[in-house]
Design a protein around this ligand. Structure first.
Ligand code: ZN
Length: 512
């Protein structure tokens, strides 16, 4: 046969679109033409495939006119993921393997010049896309990628270390028999999900002494799904607290873990050791908008998507580029980010909890008991004003994190452990979800009025506070959501005045 077809997948966002690799061999002037790949990729792919076939002791059809077409043409086809399907297509078209046996399989893998298989980006995303769309196929991948893909339940995944491992599976029976007698180690194996991973490990909040107020705010944020802004002088412990937040959240469901791992796998940063662990992304304030929200060609997920089902920690919050911060508004509302570049759009999930931290003023010591502030009122206003009202509006809790003196630290007992706080968080979340089907943060204005169930004293307290502090309807709703979470943590059916009083405190850290 001189024509062969091999199936593979391209990555576009979290979708894995089908790609068919067609290989045609013809008589004529010898050549090797690759259609459907970016120009820069073509030369390298041709070199890798040719060397790998020859160095594996197989025959490269040097005397033929070889045409390889990757269809459809308009999909992004980055990296060397098509090396393996291209090589198999050439071997099938030249009758070295049996083309008919390739059916029902999909392949991806980069080849080294000697024919070793190298891992590809997004293997888990590929397997997840097949799973969610109900496509039953056998995936053949480099071993490391196969281990990732096998985390998706119900798939049939094979891993191979070398081109020859794959070739042996698709040879005619008698030829395979001869090959099998060769002493070469067989790197082919069906891969199953690694045994249930150990409990995910998070840094423990017991390590943080003092900070009763901040710990309480973290607990409320975790229980209600609220975003949190911490304002405090340098060295007051904001980062330590933020780095321990993910551990307070309810354990991940398998679906959440799969989505989160699929995004990490797209970014090439997934490790099976992190399976079922909520991620914390902590980009530096000099990060570009693209690094933060995603972009590039082909579009790659940004830090906010790497934080999907986990935590996005932005330290030195006002120092981020304005464009980067404003780009956070869409995902904070919708939980997804759409990246449009030229004619191509990719959507990435980005349902994260935002934990932001900042100094109260440019010098950092406004309101400090340790050091005096050197800033003018004007400088302070300008600094805090870098955060737009609409952005701050999306952060439900604003708290001050004062420095803890050395003396206080020495006398303080160890803090309550992450595990023990998480138990309360889980109970409060369940309470809310049973009542309204979502965490409190996700409640729309009408729904919060219905579910807050304020008693008379609480209603009066809220009306007074809103009038005194000059709150908009939107600010009032945010405080109501937080009050609902405070009540949930107390196991209370209706929101009482004490819950409202606590919620009102969480809106006073900034001057505006
Ligand atoms: Zn200052």
């Amino acid at each position: 046969m001189s024509l062969s077809l091999v199936q593979s997948r391209a990555l576009l966002g979290l979708e894995a679109a089908s790609v068919t690799v067609e290989v045609h061999l013809a008589n004529g002037l010898p050549s090797f033409t690759l259609v459907g790949l970016a120009e820069t990729e073509v030369k390298e792919a041709r070199e890798r495939v040719r060397s790998a076939i020859q160095n594996a002791g197989l025959e490269f059809p040097n005397n033929k006119r070889i045409t390889v077409n990757l269809a459809p043409a308009d999909l992004p086809k980055d990296s060397g993921r098509f090396d393996l399907p291209i090589a198999l297509g050439i071997l099938a078209a030249s009758d070295q393997i049996q083309a008919a046996r390739l059916a029902g399989h999909e392949f991806a893998g980069e080849l080294s010049l000697s024919g070793e298989l190298r891992p590809v980006r997004g293997a888990l995303a590929m397997a997840l896309a097949l799973h969610t769309r109900g496509i039953a196929t056998r995936l053949v991948l480099p071993t490391e990628s196969a281990q990732e893909a096998a985390l998706v339940p119900g798939g049939e995944v094979y891993g191979a270390k070398h081109l020859l491992d794959v070739v042996r599976r698709f040879m005619a029976e008698d030829a395979a028999q001869q090959q099998a007698e060769a002493p070469a180690a067989d790197g082919w194996a069906r891969v199953h999900a690694a045994a249930a991973a150990a409990m995910p490990l998070y840094a423990d909040l017991a390590d943080v002494k003092g900070h009763a107020g901040a710990r309480r705010a973290l607990e409320i944020a975790a229980a209600g799904g609220h975003s949190l802004l911490m304002v405090g002088e340098p060295g007051s412990g904001k980062s330590m607290l933020a780095q321990r937040f993910a551990g307070l959240l309810p354990p991940m469901s398998v679906d959440e873990a799969l989505e989160s791992a699929a995004v990490a796998s797209l970014g090439g940063s997934f490790s099976t050791a992190r399976w079922m662990t909520r991620p914390t992304s902590a980009p530096h304030h000099t990060s570009s908008a693209v690094a933060l929200v995603g972009g590039g060609s082909p579009p790659r997920p940004g830090e906010i998507s790497q934080a999907h089902h986990g935590v996005l920690f932005l330290d030195e919050f006002p120092e981020f580029a304005r464009s980067a911060l404003e780009a956070l508004r869409e995902p904070l509302e919708t939980g997804t980010i759409t990246i449009a570049r030229a004619a191509r759009r990719a959507e990435f999930p980005a349902r994260f909890q935002l934990i932001a931290a900042m100094n109260p003023c440019p010098c950092g010591y406004l309101g400090s008991t340790l050091k005096g502030c050197r800033c003018t009122p004007d400088q302070i206003l300008r600094y805090q004003g870098k955060l737009s009202g609409p952005l701050l509006d999306r952060i439900d809790l604003h708290i001050e994190v004062p420095a803890v003196s050395a003396q206080q630290l020495l006398g303080a007992p160890a803090g309550e452990s992450t595990g023990s706080i998480r138990t309360r968080v889980v109970a409060a979340r369940e309470f809310a979800v049973q009542r309204q089907g979502s965490p409190n943060q996700a409640l729309q204005a009408g729904a919060i009025d219905k579910h807050a169930a304020l008693d008379d004293a609480a209603r009066k307290f809220m009306v007074n506070a809103a009038a005194k502090l000059g709150w908009s309807a939107r600010s009032t709703h945010r405080a109501l959501k937080v009050a609902r979470t405070v009540a949930d943590l107390a196991g209370a059916e209706s929101v009482r005045a004490e819950h409202v009083a606590e919620a009102v405190q969480y809106r006073r850290a900034l001057r505006h």
